[in-house]
Design a protein around this ligand. Structure first.
Ligand code: FE2
Length: 246
């Protein structure tokens, strides 16, 4: 399925409804996995509302243009797609715990799902490289937020959603890219996304590097001074522990 999914979604000979169903089923399974294995099992209103937003957002991606944007992304690098689904669920959960609702939450969710879309243009050997990237490879990699935004141009996304794609590698201390925005200049939903993105990267297996446990991943993030919004980080810890869901 991993190697065929992108090809199936991009095959215009297949009816849109069929392709949309394949996308819906696969993504719903991945989302279920996050809820069951990575987030605390608490059945309450908060949880049900997150699930609702997640389902609505996934439906957005079953529309023709969104599906056309996702297909090459999925076939280029399946791991980037599963990562995006994880980051999407974490971001929606954390933002919702901060009181973000409705259209804003939906748009932030879409931004989270599409944040790495620009990696479609990063060569596969760079994405899969074991160990550190060379300077030239890093420069190519650093283009992916900008490439991502241009790939989103035909989608009905708000400025907030586009900001998620463009600024998810900015750091609180202004040492990120592409714009070296710092602190409050980085929109809050993007700061939440950045925290969720880092957490999922650290807890996933990467080329040449084993996955960290949730505890070790959070410790590593805490020791990285100046990178993350402290409130967003604390809230992610609470959401992962179930404290923010009660
Ligand atoms: Fe990224």
């Amino acid at each position: 399925m991993e190697s065929h999914l992108g090809r199936v979604l991009g095959d215009e000979a297949l009816p849109l409804a069929e392709r949309a169903k394949v996308f819906l089923d696969t993504t719903t399974d991945l989302v279920k996995e996050v809820f069951e294995d990575r987030l605390p099992v608490i059945k309450n209103g908060h949880f049900a509302r997150i699930r609702n937003v997640v389902e609505q957002s996934i439906r957005f991606f079953t529309k023709e243009k969104a599906l056309a944007a996702m297909a090459p992304f999925i076939s280029h690098d399946y791991k980037s797609y599963t990562h995006s689904v994880h980051v999407f669920v974490y971001s929606v959960a954390v933002l919702h715990s901060f009181g973000v609702e409705g259209e804003d939450l939906l748009q932030a969710g879409m931004g989270a799902m599409l944040h790495d879309l620009g990696k479609t243009r990063v060569p596969k050997d760079i994405l899969a490289k074991r160990g550190a990237l060379s300077r030239a490879e890093q420069e190519i990699m650093k283009n992916h937020p900008l490439w991502g935004v241009s790939q989103c141009a035909s989608l009905p996304m708000s400025q907030l959603a586009l900001n998620c794609v463009l600024f998810h590698h900015e750091r609180m201390d202004g040492e990120g890219y592409p714009s070296r925005l710092a602190g409050e200049h980085i929109p809050f939903p993007v700061r939440v996304l950045a925290v969720c993105d880092a957490y999922d990267n650290l807890t996933a297996e990467r080329p040449g590097q084993a996955a960290l446990s949730p505890f070790d991943a959070l410790q590593s993030m805490r020791s990285e001074k100046g990178a993350y919004d402290v409130e967003a980080f604390k809230r992610l810890v609470q959401v992962l522990s179930g404290a923010a869901l009660i």
